[in-house]
Every structure is written in C-alpha cells, then in structure tokens.
Ligand binder design. Structure first.
Ligand code: NAP
Ligand code: HSE
Length: 420
C-alpha cells in the first residue's frame, strides 16, 4: 500500500481525497497497489470538512511521518511550501504539487534537489489537461517551435461572460472564486501572473529557459472594458488572455497578455473555465490540447494521475525532462523587441487638429494604422480606437507614453495586442 499525506486540503485537496476514495478500486488496478491518504494538513482545524482523515495544522507532521511515501502539496504560496517540499525531498519522500507559483520561482532548485526522487506537477499547468506529460514525454523528440494558449480558467471565465452576456468584471470574478477557480489572491489570476507562472514551467520543459516572472512580459485583463469588447465584436474578434512562448532563431519570447483573436480561430472558441494549448514541434507539427483549466475535481484528476504514476513506477526523473542543458544558445528575447499588431483606445478632446496630431504621432513612432474608429462621448470628448499593422513593442510603449502626456488626451490610452 502507498500512503499519502496531503498538505492543504482545500478545493483541490478535498477533491483528491474524494477521487482516491470514490475510484479506489479502479485506481488500485491501475497503480497495482492500494493508495490511501493517511494524514491531511489544514490551517484552520475548527473548519467543518466533508472528509474524514486525521488532520493537523503542522505540515511537519506529514514530513516526519515515516509511513508516508508521497507528500502532496496543495496549500499554495511560494516560500512556505518551498521549505516544506524541500524538507520532504530531504526525507526521500516523493512529491506531487499543483503549485505553479512555487515552481515559477524554484523549479530549477527543486529539480536539483529531487535528483532521482519522483517530483510531479501535472496539475500546475492547465488544470485537468495533461500538458506536462504531453510536452515532457509525448513530444520529447521535437524542437518546440511555439506554445500558445489559454491557461487561466478564471480569466477565460470572466472574459467569456463579458463578451457573451455583457457581464460586469467584479461580480463575474466573484462567481469564479465561488466555483473554486481563482487563486487564494485572485490578483494572480486577473493580473496575468498565474498564467505567467504556468508559461515559465512550460518554457523550462520546452527550452530550458530559467527565467523568473519579473523577466517576462505580463499583463492581465483588469483594463478590458465593454468599449474594447464592442470594438472586438465590430471587427470580428474575441478577447482572450493569451500565454505565448515562441522561438525565433536563437531567441525565445515569453509573454502573457490580453489579446484580440479572430473569432474564426480555434482558440477563440475556448470558452468559460476551459483551457486550450497549441504546441508546435518541428517534427510533429501542431498538436492541440483542450480541457477544464481549473476547479477542484479537474485539477485533482491530474494530481491523482501523478500519485498513480509514482505508485506504479516508484521514481521518474528528471523533473523538468532533461539531463543536460537542452538548447545551450537559446536566450530570452527582450520584452521591448516583441513584434505584434496592436489595438489602442484613448479618450481625446473632440476638436479640430486632434486626430491629425494623433495620427502624426503614429507615423513618428514608425507605427502603421490598419483601422480607425471615432466615437463621440460625453463632455465634448471622443473615443479613438485604432488597430495597427505589425509594430515593435518599444514603439508602442513610446506612443502610449507620449499620448498619455498630450494636452488633448482625456483618458489614459489602453492597448490590447492583436494575435491572428
Ligand atoms: P485552497 O482552497 O485555498 O486550499 C488551500 C488549503 O491549504 C486549505 O486547506 C488551507 O487550510 C491549507 N493551508 C493554506 N496555508 C496553510 C498553512 N500555512 N498551513 C497549513 N495549511 C494551510 O486552494 P486550492 O484552490 O485548493 O489550491 C491549492 C493549490 O493548487 C494552489 O497552489 C493552487 O495554485 C493550485 N491549483 C489550484 C487550482 C484550482 O482550480 N483551484 C488549479 C490548479 C492548481 P484551510 O482549509 O484551513 O484554510
Ligand atoms: N486560478 C487558476 C485558474 C487555477 O483560474 O486557471 C488553475 O491553475
């Protein structure tokens, strides 16, 4: 029998216990042994729970229990779980985690520490979709050309409801929290950081890029308004939070941001809490993965799969899928040099000369306008909405700075990238 200790028995942890109980017979058949959760750790021992396992509020009770084979970390956070997981590895215990924030900062140290000890983290990216398995194992014969997708269920849920139902941001975020999709601090979701954590994990497996969140372009969806949505609809787009890794020559760009996506694209049809990831390998071509990206049962499905795998095979290494440096000459592309098409919205005074001053500024920054809309609004002002041909990020940032300072500008310009 394999004994499991679960540190953090909240949304995902409780589902792990439920799945191991409800599907016990089938899981034993697959694992070749029984799997039992013998201890759980929570913060608040006074809270009413729907499961019946011995609970403590001290993670070391699991780490120091000599009978426990696998430590499952589902408490969230960065430094505290890192200490706990390190202690588990030092004791020689296998580890399963869904904690992408911890991995975004500490995955290389953990790979080093884990050595031959099993360390699995399938649920950390795209919830129930087995994308780690696909990228690390199924596609290991390929140079990875790009990874592009929707990897945050909370943002996709909010954006879908804003697009389809005209819903407001705040109550829709609250719904996502009630459904168990959001992080303990939902700023990680809506600010794009959670998706960035996932991107960094995938970028390590695909390219061995040891970057931190601070090194890459991360923007969220907080600034998306119904004005942007109506522009998107008018021009045949939807708005999605995209997560992108793209290799060009010896550079890899990594970015997370809201994007206008043509509604005929496959990715545009991924709605609600669903996630979708496209991975292009040099030999296989494009492969696509789709499924629920958040929620207790969907995420726990991936956690339990890792537990079964460890029970079957004992160990599996290396954690990130490479033994020696993968692609030695690859480096991270500077955020300033990223090339995209852009959409810009700004409020300006509605008076002679303003439009020509704005369009001149585009020309001065070497940005070519593709479409333009002017909408009158209250107080003698107008909303200007532009889409551009491909432009360099630093030029767009330059024009946003200059437009923000212009005397005729009445609301700070908002920018959304356009991804075909
Ligand atoms: P959650 O519902 O907030 O559960 C966290 C659990 O950890 C709770 O049981 C909490 O105790 C316990 N805990 C927190 N801090 C603790 C501490 N210092 N000592 C002891 N126990 C502590 O979170 P969740 O949604 O299950 O997420 C857990 C992890 O999975 C996170 O890393 C998250 O990013 C990741 N994840 C979540 C999802 C999802 O859809 N929810 C999907 C993929 C990955 P109490 O119950 O007493 O509060
Ligand atoms: N908060 C995350 C999301 C959970 O909404 O995608 C899944 O990683």
């Amino acid at each position: 029998m394999i004994k499991v200790g679960v540190i953090g028995v909240g949304t995902v942890g409780a589902s792990v216990i439920k799945i191991l109980h409800d599907n016990a017979e089938m899981i034993s058949a697959r694992a070749g042994t029984q799997i039992r959760v013998t201890r759980g750790v929570v913060r608040d021992l006074g809270k009413k729970r729907d499961f019946d396992i011995p609970l403590s509020d001290n993670p070391m009770d699991v780490i120091n229990d000599p009978d426990i084979d696998i430590v499952v970390e589902l408490m969230g956070g960065i430094e505290e779980p890192f200490k706990i997981v390190k202690a588990a590895l030092v004791q020689g215990k296998a580890v399963v985690t869904a904690n992408k924030a911890m991995l975004a900062y500490h995955r290389y140290e953990l790979q080093e520490l884990a050595g031959n000890i099993a360390f699995e983290y399938e649920a950390s990216v795209a919830g129930g979709i087995p994308i780690i398995n696909a990228l690390r194992d199924g596609l290991s014969a390929n140079h990875i050309e790009s990874i592009k997708g929707i990897m945050n269920g909370t943002c996709n849920y909010i954006l879908t409801k804003m697009m389809d139902e005209g819903a407001d941001f705040e109550p829709t975020l609250k719904e996502a929290q009630e459904l168990g999709y959001a992080e303990a601090d939902p700023a990680f979701d809506i600010g794009g950081f959670d998706a960035a954590h996932k991107l960094l994990i995938l970028a390590s497996i695909a390219y061995d890029i040891d970057a931190k969140p601070e090194d890459i372009l991360i923007e969220g969806i907080e600034h998306v308004t119904q004005d942007d949505i109506s522009f998107a609809k008018e021009f045949g787009y939807v708005i999605k939070l995209l997560t992108i890794a793209k290799k060009t020559g010896d550079e890899v760009e990594l970015r997370v941001h809201a994007a206008l996506v043509k509604k005929t694209e496959m990715i545009a049809k991924i709605d609600g809490v669903m996630n979708g990831v496209s991975v292009i390998g040099d030999m296989v071509g494009e492969t696509l993965y789709y499924g629920p990206g958040a929620g207790g049962d969907a995420t726990a499905s991936a956690v339990v799969a890792n537990i079964i795998d460890i029970a079957r095979s004992g160990k599996r290494s290396p954690m990130l899928g490479f033994q020696t440096s993968l692609e030695k000459d690859l480096k991270l592309k500077s955020k300033d040099e990223i090339i995209s098409k852009y959409y810009l919205r700004m409020g300006v005074e509605d008076k002679p000369g303003v439009l020509s001053a704005v369009t001149k500024m585009f020309a001065d920054h070497n940005i070519s306008i593709e479409t333009m809309l002017q909408r009158p609004c209250a107080n003698g002002n107008a909303n200007l909405l532009f889409s551009t041909h491909e432009a360099v990020e630093k030029n767009i940032q330059g024009i946003i700075k200059e437009l923000s300072a212009a005397s005729y500008t009445k609301s700070t310009p908002t920018m959304i990238r356009i991804e075909a």
